[in-house]
Design a protein around this ligand. Structure first.
Ligand SMILES: OC[C@H]1CNC[C@@H](O)[C@@H]1O[C@@H]1O[C@H](CO)[C@@H](O[C@@H]2O[C@H](CO)[C@@H](O)[C@H](O)[C@H]2O)[C@H](O)[C@H]1O
Ligand SMILES: [Ca+2]
Ligand SMILES: [Zn+2]
Length: 537
């Protein structure tokens, strides 16, 4: 098939860090000279693109380390590129403020939320399914484009934000959350934002048994053009589940450590909650959650629950420093679980908790075995990135529902590993390629974050953005991204036969490619903060 010649330059539409590596892509039949000029026409850099597979060519202008706004030209094509020490400062702030926009049960005032302000929503108690028991479970974040609040993905999102704070506090220090919606004492930004979800999670634990409800939602998804405050169907608490209780336990144990220095009262609540949740796990079987009759919102079903037990057990190990927990974790670390950071495959969170636990509490042999496997996992991802035209650790089969999260989780794994001494030479290159891809360096030239780039997401499957009378969507939201499995009507009608990396549509009805979710934004916050922190040095 004749190779196609680019109609555009595919580059990071948000910008490039002054000291970072800087690349763009084009489609061509042979290598092309390229140049960068200042707006007044002064040439500052010239180079030649190189083939990277198929008809893709890459241009590298890493050596340009003078901050500024430039015009990149390749033949008759041109693009505007920004080079700056904090090129990702604004997008990082917007991606963290997304969680405040998702807040449930509070008024988002105009002074903070701008035109996307709204009145309090979902303020009624929830009924425990099948009973007359009412539970107050206010606050927390709407999960995604819907208004459900689900324990399992909440645990991932919270863990990611806590990790971002622990790893990259300097990069996050400049971010301004919506101050008016947060209680005193004000905390470092990621902790301030995450505290709202932690406070809601605590309401999801059954005081009598320590078990944790799987979700609170209306029976069905409301229509897409429903504003939060207009979603007044009754709230139902779906049954306690093993997955919810285990991921809750892990998130609480992690939070207990992080908030000890900032909000001791919250930290001690988290400690108790984690202990009671683990006690429930010890008395219950690993039973996958299934939507009960009459409940049609998101299921977050998951048949493999040993990874959730690993995450809970190793979080308890790190929280207590008690080596007895290591004896529980070690056999689970030996299993052939998927070491990932997903909402269903969570083992890598457990691995990280184990490796970050006090060394006196773990076996030195197991620790080094775990580190070796982690390095092998990263080697496999690095090999994928090496053979991908855009340098991302993705194969065609990885372009599934939430593929942008898959990519961001993989980049996050490299940066997490660095924090426990598992250094991979490809770490920062993979993280930068993931950001380049997310911000526009992809075959669609799509910047997958609302409000950013020359071609931002404009029609996300996000009820507040659809239902309001504001043209622009809520900013800072990461869209799910290409999904080759055609899992919504629009995708089936318009995307059939498309190459995996282009099976995406910026359409409000394409929920399987264009929704947004708290646990798609959370790895993005981690990775972009990591790039900023490294670039800021
Ligand atoms: O769309 C984001 C969420 C909006 N709130 C309701 C949730 O139910 C929804 O979550 C998504 O729900 C989808 C449907 O259950 C999940 O999709 C599944 O994701 C799996 C991979 O995680 C795929 O293997 C599988 O084919 C696909 O159906 C996807 O991960 C998950 O992010
Ligand atoms: Ca699992
Ligand atoms: Zn709400």
């Amino acid at each position: 098939m004749p190779s196609r010649v680019s109609k555009s330059i595919f580059c990071n539409q948000v910008g490039y860090l002054t000291s970072g590596d800087k690349r763009f892509w084009i489609q061509a039949r042979e290598a092309q000279p390229f140049a960068l000029h200042t707006p007044d026409g002064q040439a500052v850099f010239a180079g030649l693109t190189k083939p990277v597979g198929g008809d893709w060519y890459v241009g590298d202008f890493t050596a340009l380390r003078v901050p500024g706004t430039y015009v990149l030209t390749v033949g008759s094509l041109e693009a505007r590129v920004v080079v700056h020490r904090r090129a990702y400062g604004d997008v990082l702030e917007a991606m963290l403020r997304f969680f405040d926009y998702q807040l449930c049960g509070v008024a988002l005032p105009e002074e903070d939320a701008g035109p996307w302000a709204h009145a309090p929503c979902h303020t009624s108690d929830a009924k425990v399914l099948g009973t007359e028991r009412a539970v107050a479970c206010p606050g927390g974040w709407h999960d995604a484009g819907d208004y459900g609040k689900y324990t399992v993905p909440a645990a991932k999102a919270v863990a990611d934000l806590l990790l971002a704070h622990e790893y990259f506090p300097a990069a996050l220090a400049h971010v301004r959350p919506m101050r008016s919606v947060h209680r005193e004492p004000h905390l470092p930004p990621a902790l301030e934002v995450a505290r709202e979800e932690i406070a809601w999670l605590l309401t999801m634990q059954d005081p009598a048994t320590g078990g944790v409800y799987h979700k609170v939602s209306t029976p069905s998804f409301p229509p897409l053009d429903t504003r939060p405050e207009d979603d007044t169907a009754p709230l139902i608490m779906s049954p306690i589940s093993y997955a919810a209780t285990a991921t809750f336990c892990a998130a609480m144990a992690h939070a207990a450590l992080v908030y000890r220095a900032h909000d001791p009262a919250l930290a001690s609540c988290c400690t108790d909650a984690a202990q009671r949740a683990y006690a429930w796990l010890s008395e219950h079987e690993m039973r996958p959650f299934r939507n009960p009759d009459g409940i049609f919102t998101g299921e977050y079903g998951d048949r493999e629950l040993r990874d959730e037990l690993l995450w809970a057990s190793s979080a308890m190990l790190r929280m207590t420093g008690d080596s007895a927990w290591a004896r529980v974790c070690e056999p689970l670390l030996d299993l052939d679980l998927a070491w990932e950071l997903g909402w269903a495959d969570v083992a890598l969170y457990g691995v990280m908790e184990y490796l970050r636990a006090p060394s006196a509490a773990v076996s030195g042999d197991v620790r080094s075995k775990v580190k070796s496997r982690l390095l092998r996992e990263l080697d496999a991802l690095a090999a994928m990135a090496e053979s991908h035209p855009f340098g991302i650790p993705m194969r065609d089969e990885d372009f599934i529902w939430g593929s942008n999260m898959v990519l961001l989780n993989r980049a996050m794994a490299f940066l997490l590993a660095e924090g426990v001494g598992v250094l991979h030479p490809a770490a920062h290159t993979v993280a930068q390629r993931a950001a380049d891809y997310l911000f526009g360096a992809n075959p669609l030239g799509q910047c997958y974050v609302t409000g950013f780039g020359q071609q931002p997401v404009r029609q996300p499957h996000h009820r507040p953005s659809v239902a309001d009378d504001v043209d622009d969507p809520v900013p800072g939201m990461v869209a799910g991204g290409p999904n080759r499995n055609l899992q919504d009507e629009i995708a089936r009608a318009k995307l059939a036969g498309r190459p995996a990396m282009t099976a995406y549509m910026d359409h409000q009805d394409s929920y399987s490619t264009n929704e947004v979710a708290i646990y798609w934004n959370s790895p993005a916050v981690f990775v972009v903060a990591g790039l900023l922190e490294a670039g800021g040095r």
